[in-house]
Design a protein around this ligand. Sequence first.
Ligand code: AMP
Ligand code: GLY
Length: 382
Amino acid sequence: MALDISDHGAVITFCDEHDVELVVVGPEAPLVDGLGDSLRLAEIAVFGPDREAAQLEGSKGFVKDLCAREGIPTAAYARHSDKDAALADLARFGLPVVIKADGLAAGKGVIIAETGEEAREAVAFMFSGGFGEASAEVVIEEFMEGEEASFFAITDGSNVIPFGSAQDHKRVGDGDTGPNTGGMGAYSPAPVLTAALEAEVMERIIRPTVAALAKDEMPYQGVLFAGLMLTNEGPKLIEYNCRFGDPECQVLMTRLDSDLVTLLHAAAQENGLAGLAPVKLSDDTALTVVMAANGYPGTPDKGGAIMLPATDGATKIFHAGTAEQNGALVANGGRVLNVTARARSVTEAQARAYACVDTIKFPSGFCRRDIGWREVAREAQA
Ligand code: AMP
Ligand code: GLY
């Protein structure tokens, strides 16, 4: 049965009828829409923040203000709801400069402007409704230089437990070229985020965020996905997501050796994580390659035939945008499949994942051929 998740009453009725004891809200839109609040009011446990705390992903300006108040390292910024004031403010940021829609824009609301003209065009585009309501307010940010990595932690609102790291590949093309996507592949862990850096991220970014939200009476329950820039001055926060991320989730879960339900259920209770053992993640690397339908990240071709091979224990194919048509598997979305492999090194996991990709018949689809390239290059030098 397909449930309309924007109909909170219907979701609650479904949970009651099926004795659902825990709801894990995957995407950001229903969290920002307050599905967590509605379920908690109905006394159904939820993994995922309430509407107010979900502003961590739902409003870039909200996060920047929180970082400024708490001294959390991030790029210098300004919030603007007036176009002329925003244009006048651009000069002091230098170039390149980053222009962001404040609200949710399906990962597309960020423009990195290399020239003054591009920056002015970006501001004008945002205020002319470029991203609809999401860009009625704009954040201008200093450009940060460095390598990106993602760090995850789960929290019950006061206790926080690290949940590993990953690195994803946002651009559609090999060598990180072409437009941004939701992610064309990822691997976990991200060794550039060393144990020392992870500890620094926990102390300087994650814990102060959780404490600030608790202090402001909007305790955050769920997973914090911190997008980080590893700069010369140390790790800085780029943004938060209030979910495990796609395709980051696939690689984290592939490495998980703890019981997932126990962890998520504990995080959904006040103080539920107190005294819980650390999350166990395998030392293996997991790497996932996204197979997308031609046209993505623009309008993807729908209905293309897909033939999948049998997989062994070290490789898994997760379905994202697929459907069944007359008993056959077809593409039904932008990002269609996640081919995920586990191995002792990124190089080996990459080889396994692509060996599997090469046995998939999906003529109207494509993938990047270089997922994990930064780490594969580092492993070759080691
Ligand atoms: P976001 O949606 O905020 O994660 O931004 C998307 C991408 O834009 C990030 O993954 C970065 O590659 C880039 N980005 C965002 N903010 C900055 C910044 N201040 N400096 C450099 N790159 C940025
Ligand atoms: N892959 C990044 C995201 O899920 O937002």
